[in-house]
Design a protein around this ligand. Structure first.
Ligand code: 0L1
Ligand code: MG
Length: 263
């Protein structure tokens, strides 16, 4: 599908200003119902290039989305998606997250992979993923769709860099070989009350399977994962909404915990 270059720029401006002003907007497929997935990834590329320039930041990794069968079924799709992580999305456990900079944030528990080798090609296996990973760590991704009521189609969310806004990584770094990564239990609580439990098995059966899938998708576009990058491998349970005054903690069996406070 071809959109005119000026329409592409309008969409990119529309989504970036929604992020900057922490304001929800009508989804883009209301205006462009025929948007294809290829075009949505092109728009994502354009949005990321502008964001890097405007925010004077850099790419630090990749995040996978819609990695659970439950979420794919909910959206009526059978594929995961990916977006990019920028340095200015990295948030810290010790620094309150500012609610005023967010629209309608949700937190999701994930396992972060730190790569010590490039990971590229259409035939990347789970073993290759494990081999290329130096450490894994507990993480909380904050997603904040720019779309009204967090409602969108697959193409909308891809163009919106898969709802990315912030991520927090816990301080415990563990070799992936020391854990049964396909079967890590997780408990996520808000203000001390358990809100979600889950398992890394919810991430396409094993987070390394999800990453191998993403490597093959990236290779179709002449890309791959690079040494030094962080990968957020996908949510281990449903995301939970939070607001100012809330503390979110996710505890992972064998991996420790990660938390943040929203101010
Ligand atoms: O990181 C994610 O799994 C989110 C992907 C996009 C879907 C959503 O915003 O819920
Ligand atoms: Mg996520």
């Amino acid at each position: 599908m071809l959109l005119k270059t000026n329409e592409d720029q309008e969409i990119i401006n529309y989504l970036l200003s929604a992020e900057r002003e922490a304001r929800e907007v009508v989804k883009i497929t209301d205006t462009y119902p025929d948007l294809t997935i290829e075009k949505a990834y092109e728009l994502q590329d354009g949005l990321l290039a502008r964001r890097l320039k405007d925010n004077q930041t850099k790419t630090v990794g990749i995040k996978l989305g819609l990695t659970s069968k439950a979420k794919q079924e909910m959206m009526g799709v059978n594929e995961a998606i990916y977006g990019y992580l920028h340095a200015d999305m990295l948030a810290y456990e010790w620094e309150p997250m500012k609610r005023s900079e967010l629209i309608h944030p949700k937190a999701e528990p994930e396992i972060a992979f730190f790569l010590e080798k490039d990971l590229e090609g259409e035939n990347v296996t789970e073993e290759d993923v494990m081999e290329a990973t130096k450490y894994v760590a507990p993480a909380l991704e904050v997603i904040d769709s720019r779309y009204k009521d967090f409602r969108f189609t697959l193409t909308d969310v891809v163009a919106d860099n898969c709802s990315s806004i912030k991520f927090v990584v816990g301080s415990q770094l563990v070799s992936p070989r020391e854990l049964d990564l396909g079967n890590i239990g997780m408990v996520m609580s808000k203000n001390g009350k358990v809100e979600q439990t889950g398992s890394s098995a919810a991430v396409l059966g094993h987070p390394a399977t999800a990453i191998a899938w993403a490597a093959s998708q990236l290779s179709k576009r002449g890309r791959g994962f690079k040494k030094g990058e962080i990968i957020l491998s996908g949510a281990m349970s449903e995301a939970i909404s939070f607001d100012s005054g809330d503390t979110i903690v996710a505890q992972f069996h064998g991996l420790g915990s990660v938390s943040f406070y929203c101010q």
